[in-house]
Design a protein around this ligand. Structure first.
Ligand SMILES: [Zn+2]
Length: 424
């Protein structure tokens, strides 16, 4: 049902102005409040005591819940419970998110009321709402949910608590616990929702890999080289890769343990890497099959640093462009293709020249495309090993390269090694 229809329903039920109700609904939905919960909240605001439901829904096994179920009653063990705040109509609303399990399965939940849930609790949630998220059912515990704690604890085959390794974290994970070394950390001032505010951002590492992080309420334990334990962090996508979010509700403590941050990135097939939807640190190998337009000598907007065409920035109009070098190369390994983006430094390496050299070459040829052509001749048809940050969006997969090196095991080397073996 469209928001408009929901608003009309509510407005006629409550006898209030539709536009007003619609604006409120819009607001709630923008803050990811599910529509049923949003309507309940507005019923309360406009003074309708009814809970909107009817009768107590039947008990269900978690494994049997589908997105089509309206409301259910479930009994399960709280695996994780993480608090976080969202902004609604100028107020901070605290919500609790986590996972609930029984013998038949596990389900994500969001609690809009503070029921005091802790990992290990066995609970029965009567009249819990079900919504669909990413094709999967999710539970909503709200004011209309009757929640009780069971004395008899349920035995489930899932680990209680949110202990995780960085390599296993995915966008959407809640209430996770990690033990990491702070590989890189910087303090920044951003324009937050309450004006200027300081945050920390950087990179965490553990035995399994590395991930970027943001700490919204700077914790003194988070500093370069520090080894820390973080409870109740959540994972959100930022610029196409998962990022660990440390909030005011996260518990950060220094730990006395060596964490050996692996130097190696995860190596994957291109197809497999693209399928993950984004990885912070990954290594792939393949053939450069083309160098795309917008490579070589380019101009950027001095304001927003985006690439401009013929002195025109899409946002800032006519500007004095700043010269720069970059490469967008298509790398293919037979399982998939990705656009590898080389920054100015890596581009200088494959071009084998500086920005000044490129400007000089373009001046002589009276065409700046010659720089891209030179790069094309050097790298197309060769095999490269690339390490960097992979992001995937509707326009395709981009790999921001940190390392770009010709493979040692190119075809020629493999062929001659094979011949040596055969001749031996
Ligand atoms: Zn611009």
């Amino acid at each position: 049902m469209e928001l408009d229809n929901h608003a009309e329903d509510l407005a006629s039920d409550l006898g209030v102005d539709k536009e007003e109700v619609k604006a409120d609904l819009q607001n709630l939905v923008e803050y990811s409040v599910p529509i049923d919960e949003a309507k309940q909240s507005l019923r309360r605001k406009y003074g309708d005591g009814s809970s909107g439901g009817g009768g107590t829904p039947s008990s269900k096994d978690i494994g049997d819940i589908t997105p089509e179920d309206g409301n259910v009653t479930v009994t399960g063990v709280v695996l994780t419970a993480g608090k976080r705040s969202i902004r609604y109509q100028g107020d901070d609303l605290e919500i609790v998110e986590g996972r609930l399990a029984d013998e038949t399965g596990v389900i994500d939940y969001t609690s809009w009321e503070d029921f005091g849930l802790s990992p290990g609790d066995t609970i029965t949630a009567g009249n819990a709402g079900v919504r669909e998220w990413d094709g999967e059912p999710e539970l909503n515990l709200g004011e209309s949910t009757s929640l009780s704690f069971e004395d008899e604890s349920l035995d489930v085959a899932y680990e209680i608590g949110g202990d995780a390794q960085l390599a296993d974290l995915q966008t959407g994970d809640r209430a996770v616990t990690v033990e990491v070394t702070v590989v890189d950390c910087e303090r920044r001032t951003i324009d937050g929702r309450d004006g200027e505010t300081e945050i920390l951002s950087g990179v965490f590492g553990d035995e399994s890999g590395r991930l970027p992080f943001t700490n919204w309420d700077p914790a003194p334990e988070i500093e370069d080289g520090g080894t820390i334990r973080i409870e109740n962090a959540f994972v959100q996508e930022f610029r196409g890769v998962p990022e660990v979010n440390v909030s005011e509700f996260s518990v950060v403590s220094a730990i006395d343990r060596e964490i050996d941050v692996g130097a190696d990135a995860t190596t994957m097939d291109v197809g497999e890497a693209v399928h993950t939807g984004g990885i912070y640190d990954v290594e792939v190998s393949g053939n450069v099959i083309a160098v795309r337009d917008g490579s070589g000598l380019i101009q950027r907007c001095p304001e927003c640093y985006r690439v401009i065409q013929k002195g025109q920035c899409r946002t800032h109009g006519s500007v004095d462009g700043v010269d720069d070098l970059r490469v967008k190369a298509i790398l293919d390994d037979g399982t998939g293709a990705v656009t590898v983006v080389l920054d100015d430094e890596l581009t200088q390496q494959v071009y084998d020249g500086t920005l000044e050299d490129a400007l000089e070459q373009a001046r002589e040829a009276m065409d700046q495309e010659v720089v891209a052509d030179t790069i094309r001749e050097r790298i197309v048809g060769r095999e490269y090993r690339v390490r960097g940050h992979l992001s995937v969006d509707e326009y395709g997969a981009n790999l921001d390269a940190e390392q770009f090196a010709e493979s040692d095991d190119d075809t020629e080397a493999r062929a001659s090694a094979f011949l040596t073996e055969v001749n031996a």
